[in-house]
Design a protein around this ligand. Sequence first.
Ligand code: ZN
Length: 256
Amino acid sequence: MPRTAIISDIHANLHALHAVMEDCQHQQCTDVVCLGDVVGYNAYPSECLDYIRQLNCPVVKGNHDEEVVSASMTMMNPMARLAMEWTRAQLNEDQLAWLARLQYVRIVRHSGASTFGIVHSCLEQPKSWNYIINANDASTNFPKQFAPLCFHGHTHIPKVFMWDGRHAVEDYDAVHPLYLEGQMEFTPRPGLKYFINVGSVGQPRDHDPRACYAIYDTDRNTITMRRVEYDIAAAQQAIRDCGLPEYLAERLQNGS
Ligand code: ZN
């Protein structure tokens, strides 16, 4: 009966993480997997890292998880770097070592059930942190995807891409109800491959400020995405209280 919650891009937003995990319980999820970017941007990197770590679940590395342990931070704009330096100061050696050990790609196996892939950005050059924004971008992923399903994050925007053997297509219809009703559900069709972006728990960027995550039910063969309300004002106040840039607080309420 695996019913797996797939969460991504928590970004140190403890209020959003708690709300999503509570929703997972109501939804009777049996497992959790995490697609990376546990830290960065928000006020609770240490608490979110410890929370995910104690779940003892499959986790892949995100670009923020990598940057916070590397000395360079060359890829980042000044504001992101400032937030990253603050984040690093909140983490101890043991926590940084845990982040450093995360793998880029994992295959998740449930006993007696199908397997699926997880990656933060893309299966093609996962260390390059490419953004898969449209079907053309997704077409680079599918030749490296051997399982029918693979889940990713990184853009913070929920999407469903399909591969029919020759072309990558974005399934807008599947995601549409998420914006109307706060939930969508679809059944993957046999013979196609799916590359599914589960959105972001801690910093949504699709103009819906609610936290977002997915549930893969292997018995029913369905994928559900859900939006979850959380205390945005409290998460914003925490950002201000630690002196992180105001913009990081503002974007939470705009979902941008
Ligand atoms: Zn992210």
